[in-house]
Design a protein around this ligand. Structure first.
Ligand SMILES: [Zn+2]
Ligand SMILES: [Zn+2]
Length: 427
């Protein structure tokens, strides 16, 4: 599948000029073999630093090493690798002096870490070779890094090129593919929340980017049920959608088009607040969180009905004490910079009431929670908290704290601090 990056750059109807670092995206069967040709095309000469782990070594890095004889290799050890201080240190202690560019071979963890290391080393070019269509971060110019026990969305070195070989992607463990579906289907909530923020705070929204994400999801949905059979064409459609979603992050300059309340809830679980064992994958948490969000929203609309004035109250203020108590002071201090300014202060209460009908339409345009659950089950994805290995007891606390891990307006945040509706009435 051809992805012409220049189609997405330049002056836009939204008034912005969308820029991108990424030069080339190959998404096709056998793309890996074109690695030397692509490096030549982009002027990437000299020593490559290949970053992988023992699984992705077998999947694609071994072949990449054969194709690029002038290379150094960092193979991360163990099965419990996260984009955190420990992994960064492991790479930094082995980082050779004479590297010209980085080749990151793997899924979300290797991708986010390689882009972070690229930025730390003066913006050294990074080529990414995804080994699974498991997240949408490949084409994004950001990494979510866990530092000080908090997941920080950091602007990092965008890839100069992505080589997505559908043969490699279709051979990935199915759990990783299902995780990619979760990250993708979460976009329904993300788009709804973006539109919602546009209505109630006047936050900027690019119609072109909005349609790009929407079309990417709809296109993948058409072929989604074939993904379970590892149909190469279906996996390609999924990866195309994930890449497009990542590109929109780069176009917009932050993750707003691809991340809403579902990502905030997912991040709470990923913070290991409730369980020291966070063995789940990012897309798994996002998928389950998307269903929970949709259920929450459906119940909110059912309770409020056509009477927003009965349920919306003036801003209740930022819950500093609750967050300190729930997260502890270390994580509280880490999350506060993302809440400056306080999004709650930006909400136009009158617009919220006056546009309630339009807001309902925004969210009713996406699949219902029942449809989402059915689709997730059909695709072998995780559906419930129990599937993630978490108890249902974590839900009340999750819903209490989740909307503050990012400074991003969502219907979820407004429910929390602008309504008199109790958790018990929407859970
Ligand atoms: Zn635009
Ligand atoms: Zn994500």
């Amino acid at each position: 599948m051809k992805i012409n990056v220049s189609n997405f750059t330049g002056k836009c109807e939204c008034g912005q000029k969308h820029d991108m670092v990424i030069k080339k995206i190959l998404l096709e069967s056998g793309a890996l073999e074109r690695l030397p040709e692509l490096c030549g095309e982009l002027g990437l000469i000299g020593k490559a630093l290949i970053i992988c782990d023992s699984n992705t070594w077998e999947a694609a890095a071994k072949r990449a090493a054969e194709l690029l004889p002038d290379h150094a290799l960092i193979k991360l050890q163990g099965n419990d690798i996260h984009p955190n201080e420990k992994t960064v240190e492991e790479i930094e202690t082995q980082y050779p002096a004479d590297v010209s560019f980085i080749v990151g071979v793997g899924g979300g963890v290797i991708t986010d870490t390689s882009k972070y290391i690229g930025k730390q080393h003066g913006g050294i070019p990074v080529v990414l070779i995804p080994t699974a269509a498991s997240v949408d971060g490949f084409a994004a110019n950001s990494s979510v890094m866990t530092f000080n026990n908090f997941k920080h969305p950091l602007t990092t070195q965008a890839a100069a090129a992505i080589i997505a070989d559908t043969k490699v992607l279709a051979a990935a463990p199915y759990r990783l593919i299902a995780s990619g579906l979760g990250d993708l289907l979460g976009k329904y909530i993300a788009l709804g929340d973006w539109k919602f923020a546009n209505i109630v705070t006047g936050e900027a929204l690019c119609p072109r980017i909005f349609s790009m994400v929407n079309e990417a999801v709809e296109r993948a949905l058409k072929i989604i049920r074939k993904i379970k059979d590892r149909d190469e064409e279906a996996v390609e459609a999924l990866m195309y959608a994930l890449i497009l979603s990542g590109l929109t992050i780069q176009m917009w300059g932050n993750a707003r088009p691809a991340s809403g309340a579902e990502h905030m809830i997912a991040h709470v679980w990923e913070l290991a607040l409730f369980s020291p064992d966070t063995g789940f994958l990012h897309g798994e948490t996002v998928g389950v969180a998307a269903i929970i969000c949709k259920k929450l929203y459906e119940k909110l609309f059912a309770v409020i009905g056509d009477n927003p004035r009965d349920y919306f109250v003036p801003y209740k203020g930022f819950p500093h004490e609750m967050l300190k108590e729930r997260f502890g002071s270390v994580v509280y201090n880490e999350l506060m910079p993302y809440n400056n300014p306080d999004e709650g202060m930006l909400v136009d209460y009158d617009k919220l009431i006056a546009n309630w009908d339009e807001i309902k339409t925004v969210y009713s345009a996406m699949p219902s929670s029942i449809e989402m659950e059915r689709l997730f089950r059909d695709c072998g994805m995780k559906v419930t908290l129990e599937d993630l290995g978490l108890s249902n007891d974590v839900l009340p606390v999750t819903l209490e704290v989740g909307s503050y891990v990012r400074g991003r307006m969502t219907l979820y945040r407004v429910w929390h601090c602008f309504t008199n509706i109790d958790k018990a009435d929407v859970m």
